[in-house]
Design a protein around this ligand. Structure first.
Ligand code: DX5
Ligand code: ZN
Length: 224
């Protein structure tokens, strides 16, 4: 089983002090930085792009950056994020006309690639590209906003994705995104996730370390 990674979503960070806030959350024990990119087209919200990713690198952030693209089209912006210092780039298959090509574009540039599945999107997109993904991300809310409630049906879908990954024998992380809190993260871990995005639960608290420690404890308990 892979080490559990906690990935705070910068969507809920203090954008006016982003460098400091991301530094604080990493010092509090976070493993990777989840970077939500929204275009007011694929999703009904507008956030941040490659310039902000690059600014975090220039500020001195060295942790891996996990770019979650909620944009359409996808391919045009991929090289910009690679140049800006992304380590993982995940995208929604509905947003790309040529999913295999987009995965290769990401991988060929030395970045790790992943597919993101909305709550109503079946996992079938994976079947012919399992060898080209490093991350499978299941949305446990509809994409576009932080602070929404976890959709319980994601637990069954996680178990299904876990089986597919295990059967493939490949080195693929299983990430979950949306509504992840201290009180449900144990069940999410038990269903097979190893990478946990949390925005409002972490950045909305005063003590980042206390929340991250409590999340890790719940994950360890669920796994033991
Ligand atoms: C939603 C984003 C999430 C969001 C999660 O479209 O992809 O990463 O920030 O926020 P919480 O943890 O508040 O649900
Ligand atoms: Zn996200």
């Amino acid at each position: 089983m892979k080490d559990a990674w906690i990935a705070p979503s910068v969507l809920s960070a203090d954008f006016a002090r982003l460098g400091e806030d991301v530094t604080r959350v990493l010092e509090a024990g976070a493993d990777l930085v989840h970077f939500d990119v929204m275009d007011n087209h694929y999703v009904p919200n507008l956030t941040i792009g490659p310039l902000v990713c690059e600014a975090l690198r220039k500020f001195g952030i060295q942790a891996p950056i996990d770019v979650h693209l909620m944009v359409k089209p996808v391919d045009r912006i991929v090289p910009d994020f690679i140049a800006a210092g992304a380590n993982y780039i995940t995208f929604h298959p509905e947003a790309s006309d040529h999913v295999d090509r987009t995965l290769q574009l990401i991988r060929d540039s030395g970045c790790r690639s992943g597919l993101v599945f909305n709550p109503a999107t079946p996992l079938g997109h994976l079947s012919h590209v399992m060898d080209k993904v490093d991350m499978v991300l299941l949305m446990s809310v509809n994409p576009g906003f932080g602070g929404q409630a976890f959709i319980d049906g994601t637990l069954d879908k996680l178990r299904h994705a876990r089986r597919l990954i295990d059967e493939s024998g490949r080195d693929i992380r299983l990430e979950v995104d949306g509504g992840v809190k201290v009180d449900n993260i144990g069940a999410i871990a038990a269903a097979g996730a190893d990478t946990f995005v949390a925005g409002s639960a972490i950045f909305g608290s005063k003590d980042y370390r206390a929340i991250i420690d409590a999340m890790r404890e719940a994950i360890d308990k669920a796994r033991s």
